[in-house]
Write a protein that binds this ligand. Structure first.
Ligand SMILES: Cc1cc2nc3c(=O)[nH]c(=O)nc-3n(C[C@H](O)[C@H](O)[C@H](O)COP(=O)(O)O)c2cc1C
Length: 213
């Protein structure tokens, strides 16, 4: 029989981020692709858009989540117009959902370079060849572009295109949800003030509230 999934602590922790870290670690043991998350952005026209991306970094001390993409993609254009995002992780087998929302900043070039260097060669070539979200006449055209990028590198490293890099979502709101028997699910939300600090944000004290599910 499946193990019962514990509810949130009766007394909510002052800071939700250590719990987020623990949930991410447990999800990594329990499911494939545990770092996949839905990223929602809003366009200049005020309309929302959502898609999956992979969380490539979680900083529990500062409360930030990093993903990498093409800055010239649809999401990149939306973030340039409105640098705010919402994230959702959902792990069905542990009946947990994590929601995050807050402002977004660019990851520094040196950090994007380091992550780019860690990617396998075929992933680098594919990312360099794909002007993400632009029309493509055929799949063959994409494969030809990848072959061209690979040939141009002549067995060397494919350089990170300037348009490709990371974004950091700063948690201003965190909501944790856990499924419970009889649909008496458990849910709490934490909010904190964020102020600009260096190239990112600094967070004030969290305020947590249990919510009806
Ligand atoms: C599980 C999964 C993970 C993905 N991870 C990424 C990612 O980390 N970065 C990325 O740019 N696209 C990723 N994608 C593709 C995006 O969902 C999306 O199709 C692409 O980024 C274009 O989105 P846009 O046109 O809204 O910018 C992923 C797709 C799936 C299904």
């Amino acid at each position: 029989m499946a193990q019962a999934i514990p509810p949130l602590p009766d007394t909510l922790p002052a800071d939700p981020l250590p719990l987020v870290a623990a949930w991410l670690a447990e999800a990594a043991r329990a499911v494939r692709n545990s770092t996949s998350m839905t990223l929602a952005t809003v366009g200049a026209d005020g309309r929302p858009a959502a898609r999956m991306v992979i969380c490539r970094g979680f900083d529990a001390a500062r409360g930030s989540f990093v993903f990498y993409t093409d800055r010239d993609s649809a999401k990149g254009a939306e973030l340039a117009a409105r640098p705010w995002a919402a994230l959702v992780f959902h792990w069905d087998v542990v009946e947990r959902q994590v929601r995050v929302a807050g402002p977004v900043t660019d990851v520094a070039d040196a950090e994007s370079d380091a992550y780019w260097a860690s990617r396998p060669p075929d992933a680098r070539a594919a990312a360099a060849a794909s002007e993400q979200s632009r029309p493509l006449p055929s799949r063959a055209a994409l494969l030809a572009r990848i072959a061209e990028v690979t040939a141009r590198a002549q067995g060397g490293e494919v350089a990170r295109p300037k348009r490709w890099g990371g974004y950091r979502v700063w948690a201003e709101r965190v909501e944790l949800w856990v499924g419970q028997p009889g649909r008496a699910h458990d849910r709490a939300r934490w909010i904190r003030p964020l102020t600009r600090h260096g190239d990112g944000y600094a967070g004030g004290a969290w305020s947590g509230t249990r919510l009806m599910p």
